[in-house]
Design a protein around this ligand. Structure first.
Ligand SMILES: [Zn+2]
Length: 343
């Protein structure tokens, strides 16, 4: 996406609130095409780009904008570069965050067929909420990421009164305290949304589970997962739709993988968006990865994320999933993979 001043026609590849010359707001330009205008093959691995060889292309859209793009595939000058999408419900979209979360989230969702929301869609947004900590620790979804998702929903015409931002605590600290400290309450307030604590609402029995009525009544549940190395953050966050006592009982009786396998068919209208721009390493220090992921299959998303980060420890719940067997849309795993844990 490029940004143009309609008065002086200057353009920027990054978002500015206004033109620094004319002080007017900028128009967004989104090109559909990407034609290869320059190409280089890289054979020498670096820390952030260990998989060689790869190609770096200079691309041009139909408006004459240029940008660079890394790819595993070889293309000739003049070729049109097409990004692979997938309608497979098990597919995982991988996309780079360039300057704006919203743009990257929208692209990732489009790559797996879109979220399919409209003006009257009732939506539950379930952000990862684990600790009462500041957003830079990346324990919880960052307020910027939540804002970007809410902004995107608003741009699709979804009414704010039909959006529920919900959380639940499975620990000792109440969810409102965590939401306050993490900045998520402030992010909701910008959109006039009052976040809701699922534990105070009703739950309905579905087989062995007691699931939040709000989630069951929604047209779509958006599982916003703060990805973490060596963890299955997306799957873990899905468990928050259960009543706390019910979850604790389940976890006592069966494995997380079994719970997830039984729970996910009961939540067919769920989509997971994984925040992975800055992610926590096992030592709790956040590192830059610059990614956003999206999938209708939360465990596949966790597996792909851990494959990209080359996590030393793959959690039990996703251990039996082979990363190579998951359909990938957008960027390939090899293109964005590096051993983020060692930095
Ligand atoms: Zn201008």
């Amino acid at each position: 996406m490029f940004h143009e001043c309609e008065k002086c026609k200057r353009r920027w590849s990054y978002p500015l609130s206004e033109c620094p010359y004319c002080f007017v707001s900028l128009k967004k330009i989104t090109g559909e095409k990407a034609v290869v205008r320059g190409a280089a093959k890289v054979n020498i691995p670096t820390l952030f780009h260990p998989n060689v060889p790869y190609y770096v292309f200079v691309l041009e859209d139909e408006f004459g904008n240029f940008w660079s793009h890394k790819s595993e595939e070889k293309h000739a000058l003049g070729d049109e570069l097409k990004i692979k999408a997938s309608s497979d419900p098990d597919a995982v979209a991988v996309w780079r965050v360039k300057y704006e979360h919203r743009e990257a989230i929208e692209k990732a969702l489009d790559l797996i067929g879109g979220a399919g929301v409209g003006a009257d869609s009732k939506i539950v947004v379930l952000p990862t909420l684990e600790k009462a900590s500041h957003s830079y620790f990346r324990d919880n979804i960052s307020p910027e990421f939540l804002s970007a998702v809410l902004e995107l929903l608003a741009s699709k015409g979804v009414k704010t009164e039909n959006i529920v931002v919900a959380g639940q605590s499975f620990g000792d600290l109440p969810a409102p305290a965590m939401a306050q400290k993490s900045g998520l309450v402030a992010a909701c307030q910008k959109f006039g949304i009052i976040p809701c604590d699922l534990s105070e609402g009703e739950f309905e029995k579905r087989g062995q589970f007691e699931i939040s009525k709000k989630v069951l009544d929604a047209d779509l549940t958006i599982n916003l997962a703060m990805e973490k190395m060596g963890r299955a953050a997306a799957a873990e966050n899905m468990f928050r739709v259960l009543k706390k006592e019910n979850y604790l009982g389940q976890i006592y009786l069966s494995s997380e993988a079994e719970i997830f396998a039984a729970l996910s068919p009961l939540l067919p209208n769920a989509i997971t968006i994984g925040e992975a721009e800055f992610v926590q390493r096992p030592n709790k220090i956040a590192v830059f990865m610059g990614l956003v992921l999206a999938s209708k299959n939360a465990v596949n998303l966790d597996r792909v994320f851990n494959e990209i980060a080359q996590s030393a420890k793959i959690p039990e719940i996703i251990k039996n999933i082979t990363a190579g067997g998951i359909p990938i849309a957008g960027r390939s795993i090899r293109e964005v993979q590096y051993q983020a844990e060692i930095f």
